[in-house]
Design a protein around this ligand. Structure first.
Ligand SMILES: Cc1cc2nc3c(=O)[nH]c(=O)nc-3n(C[C@H](O)[C@H](O)[C@H](O)COP(=O)(O)OP(=O)(O)OC[C@H]3O[C@@H](n4cnc5c(N)ncnc54)[C@H](O)[C@@H]3O)c2cc1C
Length: 509
């Protein structure tokens, strides 16, 4: 199997030159390169070698507790020891207070090396953000240091059997008892709902403090530490991510604290959603990059067929294989650029409506890019792609969920085509495409066609029925514009000719 190599040069090129990370005040270029280099080594040496083991063994439920695969406990201890769980947490809580952009780079590398473990660990930054935004000083003091040190891992408990995409159907009940609350009900599909990596688990639970008639306004967010009154009733058998325990949890009078205002649970949850969704987008980028890595190494090695001069050919000598390898590489670099542009906008903070428009586009495009690149990778490897030996099948299986969780892609498409067109975000998007694609006639022509289509959508009687095609076209335009930007700054990449050639392919497709 091709060893995992963290794509540090590509990540830095993207942040520095495509997304212009220097626009964010806390971006320190040299420090970012240093941190990404260190984490890259850790990911290559410690996290990635466990990826196939985790896939083969899976997490298991033994006597009501989840057991993680061999080696995961030791790797987590090293991760926590290195301070990586507190990368973004404020220094006053024991964190490293690093920029969110650096954390995004680390998160992509983590996902490429071992998505299953990343999922269990990477709900922590969101939990810390939630506490910083909505927690009382006492809640912050009680939990942030323990989350940042790795003593405690966290979960996000939203989904129930009858409440998936539609959270207004949540039934898990919260009842006030003096100065605290008690939770009763069942949550399903909870990532890291139990594990044997950390000493404690903090569940963030969306539960009903009002009546069913209150709909979404009857939901509040609670902090609920794992304990006897929270039990794991099953873990799911899944297509991929075998090492990430997807748990059904029963809350039986579990003691909990309200976080934020009563009835404001969804807003509290969604405040950190832009970050969470961009994080899932980067999982897609990570899968696309890893799939490209595996396929390129294989195609450069395998001898099959003949060159035009009759000499033995490698797979990568064949035009059609070159096409597939280029598609994978372009998806990884282009989707990463989209995410980084959105991240820089989010952190820079002057165009929040633009961020809200870009975030679902990134989620949609990057998750599908990861799946597509893995699928193309299987094709490049031929029969060996269908076997387990080279690990490309695991990339595809692990990537597949990214189009479903953090809001199924169809729900995001609907949001882009309806809510997204009502505010100023869509017009700011057009400005951004002009900024990114100013040197590309192709992008400017596509933008003009898109603006007509946007106006048509705004007037459409049933925008939902047209949502898929419109959202896909919008995401594609963003991708093309990012490639136009990549082309214009290609000279800054360590392999400028490669970036220029990929850009020409994408922009002429
Ligand atoms: C591996 C894994 C990990 C997960 N981790 C977590 C976690 O940590 N915490 C958590 O709370 N949840 C988690 N989930 C749950 C996940 O977020 C849900 O599966 C997801 O929100 C979709 O809900 P659902 O599965 O009920 O699908 P449904 O809501 O039944 O949707 C099925 C399909 O129908 C479409 N659809 C549904 N409603 C509409 C509509 N109104 N309009 C148009 N299309 C619609 C959707 O787009 C989707 O394609 C996880 C799931 C998995 C598989």
């Amino acid at each position: 199997m091709t060893e995992f190599a963290a794509p540090i040069d590509d990540i830095l090129f993207s942040f520095r030159h495509v997304a212009e990370a220097h626009r964010v005040s806390d971006w320190d270029d040299a420090l970012a390169a240093d941190i990404l280099g260190h984490f890259g080594q850790f990911a290559e040496g410690v996290l990635a070698p466990l990826n196939a083991i985790g896939d083969a063994q899976g997490a298991r439920l033994v006597d009501g507790r989840v057991r993680m695969p061999d080696g995961f406990g030791a790797a987590y201890a090293q991760l926590a020891e290195g301070g990586w769980q507190g990368l973004r947490a404020p220094e006053r809580f024991g964190g490293m207070e690093q920029s969110a952009l650096v954390a995004a780079g680390v998160s992509e590398i983590f996902s490429g090396a071992n998505h299953a473990l990343q999922m269990v660990c990477n709900l922590v930054p969101g939990a810390i953000d939630t506490l910083l935004h909505f927690g009382t000083p006492e809640q912050q003091d009680a939990w942030i240091p323990r989350l940042a040190s790795g003593e405690v891992l966290s979960t996000m408990c939203l989904t129930e059997a009858a409440a998936g995409s539609d959270l207004s159907a949540i039934r898990c009940k919260a009842v006030r008892h003096g100065d605290h609350w008690r939770l009763d009900g069942e949550k399903i599909f909870i990532s890291g709902g139990d594990q044997d990596l950390s000493d404690g688990i903090l569940h963030l639970v969306l539960a009903r403090s009002g009546t069913m008639d209150d709909g979404l306004k009857g939901l509040s967010l609670f902090l609920c530490p794992a304990g006897e009154s929270v039990s794991v009733t099953r873990i799911e058998e899944k297509l991929g991510l075998h090492a990430s325990p997807t748990c059904q949890l029963a809350f039986s009078g579990a003691q909990a604290e309200l976080i934020g205002a009563e009835g404001d649970g969804l807003r509290a949850m969604f405040t950190v959603m832009n970050h969470a969704r961009l994080d899932v987008s980067l999982q897609g980028v990570a899968h696309a990059a890893r799939a490209a890595q595996i396929a390129t190494a294989y195609a450069d090695d395998r001898v099959q067929g003949r060159r035009k001069d009759g000499s033995p050919a490698r797979l990568s000598d064949h035009a059609d294989v070159q096409r597939m390898l280029a598609e994978q590489a372009a998806l990884a670099i282009g989707a990463r650029a989209m995410c980084h542009v959105a991240f820089v906008e989010l952190e820079e903070g002057s165009r929040p409506d633009l961020v809200s428009f870009l975030t679902p586009l990134c989620k949609l495009f990057a998750s599908e890019a990861g799946i597509r690149a893995a699928d193309v990778g299987i094709q490049v490897l031929g029969g060996y792609g269908y076997l387990n030996e080279y690990g490309i099948g695991q990339v595809w299986r692990d990537a597949r969920i990214t189009a479903i969780y953090e809001g199924a892609n169809g729900i995001h498409e609907r949001g882009i085509a309806t809510r997204g067109l009502k505010g100023p975000g869509a017009d700011l998007f057009a400005d951004l495409i002009r900024e990114l694609g100013s040197g590309s006639e192709r992008v400017l022509a596509d933008l003009s066609a898109w603006e007509d289509r946007r106006d048509h959508m705004r007037a459409a009687a049933d925008a939902e029925a047209l949502a898929h095609d419109f959202a896909q076209a919008t995401a594609r335009l963003f991708y093309l514009a990012c490639w136009a930007r990549c082309a214009s700054v290609a000279a800054h990449h360590p392999e400028p000719d490669r970036i220029t050639a990929l850009a020409e392919r994408v922009l002429s497709s």
